[in-house]
Design a protein around this ligand. Structure first.
Ligand SMILES: [Zn+2]
Length: 59
């Protein structure tokens, strides 16, 4: 089952989204994106928030 996370869900005005089957992969990808695109440090708190915001792709 594929899952996704949008950068918008984390409060950014940004169209970036990650689709993957692995929550770990999704958080790594979004963490990398936050650093590169928004200059944000991907802290443990932010990682947990990201985990909470991962949704299943609509079927
Ligand atoms: Zn973004």
């Amino acid at each position: 089952m594929k899952k996704h996370l949008t950068c918008r869900a984390l409060g950014m005005k940004c169209g970036f989204e990650v689709h993957d089957e692995s929550e770990a992969e999704i958080t790594v990808t979004i963490g990398d994106h936050l650093k590169r695109a928004h200059g944000m440090e991907f802290t443990d708190a932010l990682r947990r928030k990201a985990m909470d915001l991962i949704l299943l792709d609509p079927v």
